[in-house]
Write a protein that binds this ligand. Structure first.
Ligand code: HEC
Ligand code: HEC
Length: 279
């Protein structure tokens, strides 16, 4: 099923089949730790047997950048976030560090996000951070995909690097999972394509000059060589929707939050790679 739908030629989008993908056998090691970049797909995935980190699909040069924290450009932003963590902001006269001893207090958190809270609301990492800013610090919310937020997301996410992604999809999370799944398979935009058309039916193939991955989010926020900054999950979703000439949903809105839960759960079994490097 995967390799025969490939010669889709939709409004100039040519997808070319390749039998295997270059990086399939390469091994990701960061700071001496070997990472799981391919794993058996979680049971809820019906059309895919093996899940792969987006790292696997990148060129040797791009892969190398993620393997060394000194070469990984994300760490410039991580360092800025370390300073922000200690900077007083807002009417309460507090910094993050006033209440959270160090970023290490967030170990393990990223692997389980997004999650549903006791009130039954789906919460994402940017919302937790902004919740502390607005409700506990008397400070202004950071922009969803702005530099301060994406840097802080990288710093918080880094504390879970190497942890196995384990996003809950049952119980109170089930309705959000279903909504996200529906969005993932719904064709939208002028090109009338769904996320699955590219990231499930065609991963491993070339689309224009780009090697299609499974569209996993276990490495976000991710530093992109293309725009030389950290990119958030919803920022990336937005970009993909624009590419198929669809009107993107709002960053932080209910649609992208549900889609995030669903896409995150498609990486259950891979490891958190935050902050990753992509092209
Ligand atoms: C006035 C105290 C206070 C300040 C300042 C504060 N927080 Fe929090 N934060 C809390 C409390 C209380 C919680 C909920 C209990 C917990 O998880 O620690 C929380 C929860 C969180 C969580 C979720 C943790 C989890 O495991 O569920 C994150 C992430 C977070 N804060 C990040 C930040 C960041 C980043 C800043 C600075 C921009 C910040 N906080 C500033 C008090 C604070
Ligand atoms: C026309 C094909 C196409 C469609 C449809 C598409 N994408 Fe993408 N997407 C790409 C390409 C090309 C890239 C960059 C190469 C790669 O990582 O696959 C990408 C990258 C991504 C990434 C980054 C992966 C990483 O490892 O950093 C995510 C996440 C993603 N897409 C999610 C989505 C979601 C969610 C949808 C549906 C709303 C979607 N995409 C629809 C083509 C597409």
């Amino acid at each position: 099923m995967k390799y025969n739908s490939i010669t889709a030629i939709v409004a100039g989008l040519v997808v070319v089949s390749t039998s295997a993908f270059a990086g399939e056998d390469s091994v990701l090691t960061i700071e001496g730790q070997e990472f799981i970049t391919q794993a058996a797909a979680p049971a809820h995935m019906e059309n895919v047997d093996t899940i792969y980190s987006g790292w696997v699909f990148r060129t040797d040069e791009t892969q190398a950048l993620e393997m060394d924290d000194f070469d990984n450009p994300s760490f410039v932003f991580v360092e800025q976030a370390e300073e922000l963590f200690e900077t007083v902001d807002g009417s309460a006269g507090k910094a993050c560090v006033s209440c959270h001893e160090s970023p290490e207090a967030f170990a393990g958190l990223r692997a389980k996000m997004p999650r549903v809270n006791d009130a039954g609301e789906l919460e994402t990492l940017p919302e937790l951070i902004n919740g502390c800013r607005t409700e506990r610090m008397g400070a202004e919310a950071w922009k969803w995909s702005g530099g301060q937020m994406s840097g802080m997301l990288a710093l918080v996410g880094l504390q879970s690097r190497g942890d196995i992604v384990d996003v809950a999809i049952d119980g109170a999370a089930a309705p959000f999972f279903e909504k996200g799944k529906e969005l993932y398979y719904t064709r939208v935009g002028q090109l009338d394509m769904s996320c699955a058309n590219c990231h499930e039916d065609n991963y491993g193939n070339m689309i224009r000059a780009d090697h299609l991955s499974q569209g996993q989010i276990n490495g976000f926020p991710t530093y992109r060589l293309k725009n030389t900054k950290l990119n958030t999950i919803h920022g990336r979703f937005k970009g993909c929707m624009k590419n198929i000439r669809a009107t993107p949903f709002k960053e932080g809105g209910e649609e992208f939050k549900a889609l995030e839960l669903y896409v995150a759960s498609r990486a259950n079994g891979l490891m958190v790679e935050t902050p990753s490097v992509r092209n």
